[in-house]
Write a new protein. Structure first.
Length: 394
């Protein structure tokens, strides 16, 4: 075996997993010496009644808190700046994120700017931001209310940059640092039971995409590789069940832990699916999980000559009976299984049906090459490849 380069691995943060975990929130705030938490969420979580369940333990513990619910489904830098202003005006000293990936990503960015000079521009990964972020940050408690993004255990925060510095119009950019990992994650499946089938499907396919892309990414990270495969096994057993039977608390719990596992695994890297998908929310308002789901089988087909063994393993993990199949046949079966999932879970037939205008493809293909994720794709990508992948998925 050739000598591997020096690498640093970051294991997930503290996780409390189980029904009712949210009820311990007050004691966790006290353990982190928090005097006044800043609760970051969105209007959807508030209107669904989930926020009230999450902050009930704070009231019971007589802990004063402030709520900031002005986070969009694809959080923009301007909302982050408003959040920082509110954090300071309220005199808060700890951040709690209650919501999906957008909320948790925004909370991470707010947290960074509580001790680092704004704006966000110097901290994006594509301008060397990882070297400018230090660990002098308030504690962050993440309470995911969806099972898909896994932002509660990841090093990334994806924010829509509206400055126009790098492209015509807004684009998603990532802040990546080990300091983005939460101080504590509370995984309580009871908070995910109310997810409608469409959101369950989109977030579930987001997690599937994380596991698949991470498993075949080019970084050497055998720990993440093993976690990715196990996450896919759990996802494959449960994603259809939670879509058709949303009140199955056991299946909801399995999806929640698998989502965290899949997100941890992308320390190994992601791939072209994410570089392509990151352009679609600001361009066509396509939810990230849906964008991933539509693009995934097309990128897998593109990658196939470079990832036969990996995709064969993935087919078996997702529950395909690969006995008697060659590696190549099993790899094709993995792509077939993703297509089958997309159909059963009601994903749009293509990017056009999801809202993308074909004439925008050249522009967003160029923007995709500014994204860092494709650099770990098993098959090297050019701008022409990105354009062809958008066309194939249209």
């Amino acid at each position: 075996m050739a000598q591997q380069p020096m690498m640093t691995y970051f294991l997930p943060p503290s996780i409390q997993f189980g029904a009712g975990a949210i009820r311990n929130l007050g004691e966790h705030v006290v353990a982190f010496k928090g005097q006044k938490p800043f609760v970051v969420t969105d209007e959807g979580v508030t209107k669904a009644g989930i926020l009230s369940k999450a902050i009930e333990p704070l009231a019971a513990a007589q802990i004063e808190y402030a709520v900031f619910d002005a986070i969009q489904p694809n959080p923009i830098d301007l909302s982050v700046l408003k959040g920082v202003d509110a954090y300071r005006a309220e005199g808060c000293d700890l951040v709690i994120a209650v919501g999906g990936g957008s909320v948790m990503d925004a909370a991470k960015a707010i947290r960074i700017l509580t001790t680092h000079e704004p704006p966000l521009e110097p901290y994006y990964v594509d301008v060397g931001g990882v070297d400018r972020i230090t660990g002098n940050l308030p504690a962050l408690i993440c309470v995911p209310t969806t099972a898909g993004t896994g932002s509660e255990v990841s090093q990334g925060a994806v924010i829509t940059d509206t400055s126009g510095r790098t492209t015509e119009g807004p684009r998603k950019r990532a802040i990546v640092t080990p300091y983005n990992m939460s101080s504590l994650s509370l995984l309580d499946a009871e908070l995910t039971v109310g997810m409608p089938p469409g959101l369950t499907a989109a977030t579930g396919m987001d997690a599937v995409t994380h596991g698949i892309e991470a498993y075949v990414a080019t970084r050497y990270h055998p720990i993440a590789e093993g976690v990715a495969l196990q996450a896919l096994k759990i996802l494959g057993k449960n994603i259809r069940q939670v879509y058709h039977h949303g009140d199955d608390i056991e299946a909801r719990a399995e999806m929640l832990i698998a989502s965290s596992m899949a997100a941890f695994s992308f320390q190994k890297g992601l791939g072209a699916v994410h570089s392509l998908a990151h352009q679609l929310s600001p361009e066509a308002n396509i939810p990230h999980g849906i964008a991933n789901a539509i693009l995934l089988p097309h990128v897998m087909t593109f990658n196939l000559p470079h990832a036969v063994d990996g995709y064969a393993d993935i087919a078996a993990a997702l529950g395909v009976d690969t006995s008697g199949m060659s590696k190549k046949e099993a790899a094709h079966a993995a792509i077939d299984e993703v297509n089958s999932l997309n159909k059963e879970l009601g994903m749009p037939a293509g990017l056009g049906a999801a809202g993308l205008k074909r004439e925008r493809i050249p522009k967003i293909a160029k923007d995709a090459m500014l994204d860092h994720c494709y650099k770990f794709n098993p098959r090297p990508c050019t701008e022409a490849d990105m354009r062809r992948l958008y066309e194939a998925a249209f």
